[in-house]
Design a protein around this ligand. Structure first.
Ligand code: GLC
Length: 585
């Protein structure tokens, strides 16, 4: 299946390549106490050894029977998350919102939407998470607010309102003509005419998401204070939404038109004047300084679909003073089982000139799930284990998405009238929207998979829940869930997997991706072999170049299962889509 963001990203990629050529407060915050992670080395920040797990709160666990997940639902599942073996949760937005973009349209940055619970529920969740050594990372949406935010209500009220300049207002080119040809990421013009003051406002995303003016110091201060509010409540980091879109060309140059049309029927354009402007980095440095005001190494994660290693490297900052974990969309978007493609990307990021920590993921609330995207339609469960191994054994901070550990699949709506995500409404049928990857978590075989007791959850529970659910898979040692648990436990017990160097092996092999993880301390070396093809393959490893004299490996984990026998490295046979992780000895 095609990654639905892929076509959009492709346009941006082409664009950037071309460009390169031309050059309420409600209660007092609780005391925040830092959990002691047994495996954490004093010199390394916690996030370097953590596994982060994204929760889409609408879909994780409904505790009050209204069909939508909530904070108390998350709290009730913290034991599950602890037993799974993750270290931190990133929760998609739970701030007050009209929910046009399901929370990415915020109308108050310092409160909790009653749909998800109260601030007291939030504080309890953070404190219960800490008891289980799970850290909480919030989503932060700086590019735009909701059009229902009081700031925007003021801003649109008159041309002279003190908040007028908090957003991007411009005159049209003529009657009914927007200021220029800029397009919204979600289709059609990025400008919306507002009759009250007869000017257009700019919105990179939906019309209900007006862009903030980050050139206004008052906007910056208000937003940074929003971050401080949550740090004081014990949050240990932010995932920062859509950072590369913070600035637009003040001279409003038209974006260059590219061949073809997008899923919304608009001409493709190069987002040259609205994406990745250099001032973005100034803001990232300021956000980092805000995070650094707080103890315990808070982490900043950025969402930015950087098209190449050079752009991704910039996100770390020239003095490592920006984002600690920029999400690597290039890895996520390989979208085929290709050992050479993954090898090249792993090499590139491992050697990034900023020395930044790689941050990989394969699924999230905007991407069709990996079970389908990488599955071949026949061996999907085996391939799910292969992708889990790639995510959890490379040198990186891995990011999981709820349900990937049980092999949840993308379940798109079949009728336009069932679509919830506005993208799907605008782009149907070519673009079905993102409902398919946001369906409720599949806990058990009861009604609606244990997600909700309501008559009708906000999205239907996929039929695959009968087989793919936490309870059933917990009892099956060969399930995807059991495999994830074992891998996560191995990552904790083996320093080589958490912090060892990444040494690619057998570099010309078109089918099998192999690498060593070698710990400089104990000197342990762990071999990972991933057969990305539908045929059995035999490989031969000579590890002398990596100062490893041993010639065999003892399996630590393998799929399909193999015995505990040691395997010779000179004649190593691995079945179709097979996974081997073994200790060299
Ligand atoms: C990010 C979010 C996405 C949202 C968009 C606009 O890409 O991940 O879900 O629609 O920003 O806020």
């Amino acid at each position: 299946m095609l990654n639905r963001w892929k076509s959009i990203f492709l346009v941006v990629t082409i664009a950037l390549c071309l460009a390169a050529g031309s050059s309420r407060a409600q209660q007092a915050p609780p005391q925040s106490s830092k959990p002691e992670h047994a495996h954490q080395k004093a010199q390394d920040p916690w996030w370097k050894h953590a596994v982060i797990y994204e929760i889409y709160p609408r879909s994780f666990q409904d505790s009050n029977g209204d069909g939508v997940g909530d904070i108390n639902g998350i709290t009730s599942r913290l034991d599950y998350l602890r037993d799974l073996g993750i270290d931190a949760i990133w929760i998609s937005p739970m701030y007050p919102s009209p929910l046009v973009d399901f929370g990415y349209d915020i109308s108050d940055y310092t409160a909790i939407d009653p749909l998800y619970g109260t601030m007291a529920d939030f504080d309890r969740m953070v404190s219960e998470a800490k008891k289980r050594n799970i850290r909480v990372i919030m989503d932060f949406v700086p590019n735009h607010t909701s059009d229902q935010h009081p700031w925007f209500a003021e801003s649109r009220s008159s041309r002279t309102n003190p908040k007028r300049d908090w957003y991007i207002w411009r005159d049209g080119k003529g009657t009914g003509q927007p200021p220029n040809n800029w397009q919204s990421w979600f289709g059609h013009s990025a400008w919306k005419f507002d009759p009250t003051t007869s000017q257009y406002y700019y919105h990179h995303f939906y019309t209900e998401q007006p862009d903030l003016n980050w050139r206004n110091p008052q906007v910056r201060k208000a937003m940074y204070d929003g971050m401080r509010f949550w740090f004081k409540r014990g949050v240990e980091g932010f995932r920062i939404d859509a950072v590369s879109r913070l600035f637009e060309d003040p001279n409003l140059h038209d974006d260059p038109i590219l061949p073809g049309k997008n899923a919304y029927g608009d001409p493709n354009i190069m987002h040259k004047y609205t994406d990745n402007l250099p001032e973005v980095h100034e803001v990232l440095r300021e956000m980092r300084r805000v995070a650094d005001e707080f103890p315990g190494d808070p982490v900043l994660i950025s969402e930015a679909d950087e098209p190449n290693i050079a752009e991704l490297t910039k996100m770390y900052g020239s003095k490592n003073d920006e984002i600690q974990l920029p999400m690597d969309f290039q890895m996520a978007d390989v979208n085929r089982l290709s050992a050479p493609d993954f090898r090249r990307l792993l090499d590139e990021i491992d050697r990034n000139t900023a020395g930044g920590q790689p941050h990989y993921f394969f699924s999230n609330h905007d991407q069709p799930r990996q079970w389908d995207r990488y599955g071949d339609g026949v061996h999907n469960d085996q391939i799910a284990k292969l992708m889990a191994t790639l995510l959890l054994t490379t040198r990186a901070t891995p990011l999981m998405y709820y349900g990937e550990e049980i092999g949840m699949r993308t379940t798109d709506p079949v009728r336009k009238e069932d679509v919830q995500d506005p993208i799907g409404k605008i782009g149907w049928p070519q673009e079905k929207g993102r409902d398919g990857e946001r369906t409720p978590m599949q806990w058990d075989t009861s009604k609606d998979a244990g997600f909700s007791t309501s008559e009708r959850p906000w999205l239907p529970v996929p039929t695959s829940a009968a087989e793919y659910n936490v309870t059933a898979e917990s009892h099956d040692p060969n399930s995807i869930l059991s495999f994830y648990k074992r891998l996560l436990a191995l990552r904790r017990s083996e320093p080589a997997l958490r912090k060892g160097s990444y040494l690619p092996l057998d570099r010309e092999n078109p089918f099998v991706l192999s690498y060593l993880r070698k710990d400089s301390g104990k000197g342990d070396a762990i071999l990972v072999v991933l057969n990305m093809s539908a045929e059995t393959r035999t490989v031969s490893f000579d590890l002398a170049a990596h100062e490893v004299k041993e010639m065999s490996a003892i399996p630590l984990i393998a799929a399909p299962e193999i015995g505990g026998e040691s395997t010779m490295l000179t004649h190593f046979t691995i079945p179709a889509f097979g996974v081997f992780v073994g200790m060299i000895h």
